[in-house]
Design a protein around this ligand. Structure first.
Ligand code: HEC
Length: 133
């Protein structure tokens, strides 16, 4: 019982670190500026540009669900960045890696690797993580 409440307190403290809250706020603003035209203000895939695109614009609140219950942080960062060209088919998404900036941050990559991304891209991904249904 005591152990559980300590863990809970630790988790709460972790999720309220100022840096993270600031990231999320910045991500929300960046999303409205760069992504809402296609993905919609609520990221539901219903922005005004969606109608004129030939491909359907995905609902970004369903990422965790589509990836089997885990928010795909690195995949999302790579998709937004666009420069990693992880997708074989290319797509209509603009390459934001060249537009969005900020300092680069190191993130834990798969199997102990470290991946670097611009802070703005990480902020966007963190905001998307908070809006998963
Ligand atoms: C010009 C319209 C357009 C803009 C602007 C745009 N997107 Fe997209 N996005 C798409 C389309 C269309 C797809 C689906 C096709 C594809 O994957 O290329 C997509 C796919 C995605 C995916 C993958 C979703 C999945 O289910 O795999 C993510 C994540 C994403 N966009 C995030 C963003 C973010 C964040 C921004 C802003 C920095 C953004 N997009 C700006 C059109 C756009």
């Amino acid at each position: 019982m005591i152990a559980r409440s300590i863990t809970w307190a630790a988790l709460t403290a972790l999720s309220l670190t100022p840096a993270l809250a600031q990231d999320v706020e910045q991500g929300a603003a960046l999303f409205q500026d760069n992504c809402a035209t296609c993905h919609g203000v609520q990221a539901r895939g219903d922005g005004p540009m969606a109608e004129v695109l030939t491909l359907p614009v995905p609902d970004l609140t369903g990422l965790t669900e589509r990836y089997g219950g885990r928010f795909p942080m690195l995949e999302v960062i790579n998709i937004i960045d666009g420069r990693a060209l992880l997708r074989g088919h290319g797509g209509p998404m603009p390459v934001f890696g060249l537009v969005l900036g900020g300092d680069s941050v190191a993130m834990d990559g798969p199997e102990g690797t470290v991946t670097e991304s611009a802070t703005e891209i990480v902020a966007l991904a963190r905001w998307l993580e908070t809006i998963q249904r």
